[in-house]
Structures are given as structure tokens and as C-alpha cells.
Design a protein around this ligand. Structure first.
Ligand code: UD1
Ligand code: UDP
Length: 368
């Protein structure tokens, strides 16, 4: 059985890595890796950490390219590889444009598709945009749906996918997290080592397309006001490489000493940083899954989320992107110990760290 892993961005790499490593351990399946290069530096950081050497690199990266360019370059680039390699199954992970385009390329060649992190739904096709559509479009051509949670499985059942094709496995992000986080971790970067984590240290990340413009301005403006009003607060913000994000981040934070605008961190320092801070403010998907596992409250600066498990377990709170709401909710976590303690309980709604083993067990049972 030839398994071809295709991925293109940072989070896909992090979440695919545990499966690739598990396949390599078993020697029962032939494993091939193709990266599209939708991301470049941020993807290469992941390949290095997990010691993955791609067999194919479509290298489609171009700064500021459109969704159409990412889609068409991936489709065209994969066609040749699929003809040459003839994999028995192609695995994709998540909901990026790489995922949709790679699944479509495999479908055109009638190659089986396994979708890792299947069944997430926000219910709004424009939020997250374009990810909600990518997930649904990928689902249609998928043969094996690896759903992280029962809730994700139910979403797929509601869309009439046959239940024998859906497997609840947990999310491989927890497998990656278990590999990465150590309580005695020391950063290579002195700025991060020198921060006093007994202070009120907040980790901030934001990159979502539907937050570009006014919502992101609102979020950053609220965070700025908190920092200006509270001397004990420090914010660490590893800024996504998208120039549209960097411009707004610089506008609101460049002159503030207690806001540390840093380059995107590699996965080991990032996940260990999350383990040390007081709480997290984010619009990221992966970070919403990791923070609850580490017992870190997470304020989700979005209007809806496909990851309601953390919200129901009360470690995550969906606070929207209105300036006043963001300001109020950050202050609430800083002021009210009871609210903080209720959110700071470690829970594992997204998996137990054995998702990759479960997925590879299933792959091993497949007929060619
Ligand atoms: C993409 C995914 C999003 C995912 C995110 C993870 C799509 C449509 N979006 O969004 O679902 O949550 O990745 O981070 O698939 N850039 C670099 N170097 C890099 C990466 C990005 O310079 O290594 C800059 C480039 O200018 C690039 C821009 O960021 O054009 C946007 O990258 P792109 O992959 O189009 O979208 P993301 O916002 O990263
Ligand atoms: N991450 C990282 N370095 C950073 C910020 C995030 O390694 O500077 C990791 C994070 O731990 C998570 C993943 O990247 O596993 C999330 O990626 P991102 O927020 O870019 O995408 P999303 O999950 O929203 O698709």
C-alpha cells in the first residue's frame, strides 16, 4: 500500500507529522510525502522539528498569492506526481486550500482519499473563510473520514455520509503536543527566557481572513488598552508572516515595551510558551485545541467556532471581535480568580494523544 501525505501549511504539517512518524515505525505501508509549499518558512520550521524530508515539493509559494493561484498550482503540480507514483490512498489534513485542491486532484484520478480532521463545521460558509467550504468540498470526495470527536462524526452523519466510513480517532494535534511540551523546557531565544511568567503573561495570535481589517483592528486596540492600563500585563505575539497581519500588529503594538512582537515561533518553543503563559487570546484553530489540553484558558476572537468542545468544557470562550467585548473579557480573566480557575482546568476533548496510532491501524486494514 502506497500512502501519499499531502500538506502545505504550518498547522497541517504539525498535525500530519504524528501520522507520518507512526507509518514510518510500522514498515507495513510505503509512505511518501508531498508538500505543496503553500507556506514556506512556516512550513519548513515544522519539517525541521519533526525531521520530515518530503519526497516531492511543489514549491508553489508566492507572497500574497490568491486562493485561485494556490488551488490551480496545486492541482496542476499534483497531477504529474499522482500519475507517476500511483498511490493507493492520499491523505490530507484539515481545511486549507491545499487540502481541497489535493483532494480534488486525487478524485480526478480516482485515488482513495483519507481526510484527517474531518467533520468540523461552523455552520457559516463565510466563517471561517474559505475553510468551512474547503472542509465540505473535501468531505464530498473523501472515502475515509477521520473525525477527531463524536461531535465531528455527528456533523458528517447529518450530511448523510455512511457511518462505516467515519472513524472517531481524536485529533493528532494532541499527539504532537505530547511529543513537544516539557515542563523544564528552556527557550533558545533569550527574550522568552527573560520574561517573568509569574506576571500576567498573555499569548496572542491572530491571522484569520475573516478577521482582516476592522475585526483585527478592534482586537488589537482592545489588547493595547489593557496593556496601557495594567502594568503587570505582558503580551507575547508571534506574528504570522502575512503582511496584512503584520501591518496591523505594528500599528497597534510597535511602541509598547510590554507587547513582544516576535517572529512566528517554531512548534517546540511555541507549544512550550503556551504551557507557561497565564492565558491565550487567539483566532487560530489549532491553538484552540492545544490550550485546553494544557489547562490554559483561551479567549477565541471569532464569531463562531467549529471547535465547540472546548467552549462546552468551559476552557474556551467565544468572545467575538467587538472591541468592548474583547477588552471586557480579558479584564474579567485578569480580575476574577473564580472565572479564571474555572477556565484553567486541563481537559482533553480533542483526543488522548493516540490519534495517529488509531489512524494508521485503520490504514493497515485497507485493501489495495
Ligand atoms: C493559511 C490557510 C488557513 C490556515 C493558515 C495557517 C488557506 C486559504 N488558508 O492561511 O486556513 O489557518 O494558513 O497559518 O488555505 N506567508 C509567508 N511565509 C509563510 C507563510 C505565509 O510569507 O511561510 C505570507 C505570504 O505573504 C502569503 C501570506 O502569508 O501570501 C498568506 O498565506 P496563505 O497560505 O495564503 O494564507 P494564510 O493566511 O497563511
Ligand atoms: N504555532 C506555531 N508557532 C507560532 C504560532 C502557532 O508553531 O508562532 C502552531 C500552534 O501550536 C498550532 C498551529 O501552529 O499547532 C496553529 O497554526 P495556525 O494558527 O497558523 O493555523 P490554524 O490552526 O488556525 O489553521
Amino acid at each position: 500500500m502506497k500512502v501519499l501525505f499531502v500538506f502545505g501549511t504550518r498547522p497541517e504539517g504539525i498535525k500530519m507529522a504524528p501520522i507520518i512518524k507512526e507509518v514510518e515505525k510500522r514498515h507495513t505501508l510505503e509512505s511518501y510525502v508531498c508538500v505543496t509549499g503553500q507556506h514556506r518558512e512556516m512550513l519548513d520550521q515544522v519539517l525541521e522539528i519533526f525531521d520530515i524530508e518530503p519526497d516531492y515539493d511543489l514549491n508553489i509559494f508566492k507572497k500574497g498569492q490568491s486562493l485561485t493561484e494556490v488551488t490551480t498550482k496545486t492541482l496542476i503540480g499534483l497531477e504529474k506526481i499522482l500519475d507517476e507514483l500511483k498511490p493507493d490512498i492520499l491523505l490530507v489534513q484539515g481545511d486549507t486550500t491545499t487540502v481541497f485542491a489535493a483532494a480534488l486532484a486525487a478524485f480526478y484520478k480516482k485515488i482513495k482519499i483519507g481526510h484527517v480532521e474531518a467533520g468540523l463545521r461552523s455552520g457559516n460558509i463565510y466563517s471561517p473563510y474559505p475553510e468551512e467550504a474547503n472542509r465540505k468540498l473535501t468531505g464530498i470526495v473523501t472515502n475515509l473520514h477521520f473525525a477527531p470527536t463524536e461531535n465531528n462524526k455527528n456533523n458528517l452523519l447529518k450530511e448523510n455520509y455512511p457511518k462505516e466510513n467515519i472513524f472517531v480517532t481524536g485529533n493528532t494535534v494532541i499527539d504532537a503536543l505530547k511529543y513537544a511540551v516539557r515542563d523544564d523546557y528552556i527557550f533558545e531565544d533569550e527574550t522568552l527566557n527573560n520574561i517573568d511568567y509569574n506576571k500576567e503573561v498573555i499569548l496572542l495570535t491572530s491571522h484569520r481572513r475573516e478577521n482582516w481589517g476592522e475585526p483585527m483592528e478592534n482586537i488589537f486596540s482592545a489588547v493595547r488598552q489593557v496593556v496601557e492600563e495594567r502594568e503587570n500585563v505582558e503580551v507575547i505575539f508571534p506574528v504570522h508572516l502575512n503582511p496584512l497581519v503584520r501591518e496591523v500588529a505594528n500599528k497597534y503594538f510597535k511602541d509598547l515595551d510590554r507587547v513582544h512582537l516576535i517572529e512566528p515561533l517554531s512548534y517546540l518553543p511555541f507549544s512550550n510558551l503556551m504551557n507557561k503563559v497565564k492565558f491565550v487570546v487567539t483566532d487560530s484553530g489549532g491553538v484552540q485545541e492545544e490550550a485546553p489540553a494544557l489547562g490554559k484558558p483561551v479567549l477565541v476572537v471569532r464569531n463562531e467556532t467549529e471547535r465547540m468542545e472546548g467552549v462546552r468544557a468551559k476552557t474556551a470562550k467565544l468572545i467575538g471581535t467587538q472591541r468592548e467585548e474583547v477588552y471586557k473579557n480579558i479584564n474579567l480573566l485578569l480580575d476574577d480568580k473564580r472565572v479564571f480557575d474555572e477556565m484553567a482546568k486541563a481537559i482533553n476533548p480533542y483526543g488522548d494523544g493516540n490519534a495517529a496510532v488509531k489512524i494508521v491501524d485503520i490504514l493497515e486494514t485497507l485493501d489495495k
